[in-house]
Design a protein around this ligand. Structure first.
Ligand code: FE2
Ligand code: FE2
Length: 310
């Protein structure tokens, strides 16, 4: 490179609110059936596997972004990173608690958690930090895409027929969509290579799909209902019509490989505004859990605030 070559201009960061919400969920044992995802055998195991991957996965996301904290000089991005870290730490804590409950129901959440920790620890030992950050950006594209399916597709939501579980996944989904571009923008901000980003996505997809398939297989092996062909085969068959495996969803996942892709290309502004009201608004499903009111939702308050109002 010649000495007078100008550095590439950094893309500007679109302002967004990434807020760390203080919230906690509780799962009364009598309200959790063994196959808590619409009574569906395989989907209950897949969701449990995903939940088991989250705590260690999200700790990894936080570390890989934190590695570059000192190089982020854009105040907007800096504040988004702080919100991203706060959100992911809270997700990890809430999924750990949920996974403990799943473990008592017979799901192998602990072993999957340990294997995830081992696998991601190995990645951190052997891979360059920029590749680790690209893995986070790729996985964040998966979480945001699946999250937006949950928020936009009533059929997907209908499978979560236990209120507390649906609320927890919707809260997580909303925040995944809210911060979907943060790791991606950090990657671009530090001069991350676009070709490498797409390559890393391919390997990450293989790893993620492999982990979900292997985890689900293991989880099913430990469930006596899975040995009943009348339960197993129809449940496997229903996967073909799963809202998460629609062609449109797969197209959106693949869109990440486009050279000029940005997570905001799939604009979720309206979807987020709608769900903030549905979850945190005055009549919102989670209004009574919030320890502080949601600032940009009209009429939002906390349980304590409403008690004080009588
Ligand atoms: Fe998360
Ligand atoms: Fe995330």
């Amino acid at each position: 490179m010649s000495s007078n070559a100008l550095p590439k201009p950094r893309p500007s960061i679109r302002p967004r609110t990434v807020r760390t919400r203080r919230i906690a969920f509780e799962y009364p044992p009598e309200r959790l059936p063994r196959h808590y995802i619409g009574g569906d055998l395989v989907m209950s195991h897949i969701v449990s596997v995903l939940s088991s991957l989250f705590p260690e996965g999200e700790d990894f996301f936080v570390r890989t972004v934190r590695n570059y904290r000192d190089r982020i000089d854009d105040p907007e991005l800096k504040s988004q990173v702080a919100g991203f870290i706060g959100q992911e730490v809270t997700h990890g804590r809430e999924h750990r608690q949920f996974n403990d409950r799943l473990a008592t129901m017979g799901y192998p959440t602990r072993i999957i958690d340990r294997l995830t920790k081992y696998g991601l620890g190995l990645d951190e030992k052997i891979l360059p930090k920029q590749v680790q950050l690209a893995i986070t950006a790729a996985l964040e594209h998966y979480t945001a895409t699946l999250a937006e399916v949950l928020m936009s597709d009533p059929e997907a939501r209908a499978m979560f027929d236990v209120d507390e579980v649906r609320s927890m996944f919707l809260w997580h989904a909303l925040e995944e969509s809210e911060h979907k571009s943060v790791a991606f923008d950090v990657y671009r901000h530090i001069g991350g290579n676009e070709f490498r980003r797409a390559m890393v996505m391919r390997f990450t997809s293989l790893g993620l799909v492999g982990a979900i398939v292997a985890g689900t297989f293991l989880s099913l092996l430990l469930d006596r209902s899975a040995y009943n062909p009348a339960r197993l085969f129809p449940s496997v068959g229903r996967l073909r019509h799963s809202p998460w495996l629609r062609r449109e969803v797969l197209r959106r996942l693949r869109d990440y490989n486009r050279r000029d892709f940005h997570p905001d290309d799939n604009d979720a502004t309206e979807l987020l505004a709608e769900w903030k009201v549905k979850l945190f608004g005055a009549e919102g499903a989670l209004a009574d859990r919030m320890k502080s009111p949601e600032p940009d939702v009209p009429g939002a308050s906390t349980a304590k605030g409403r008690e004080a109002l009588g």
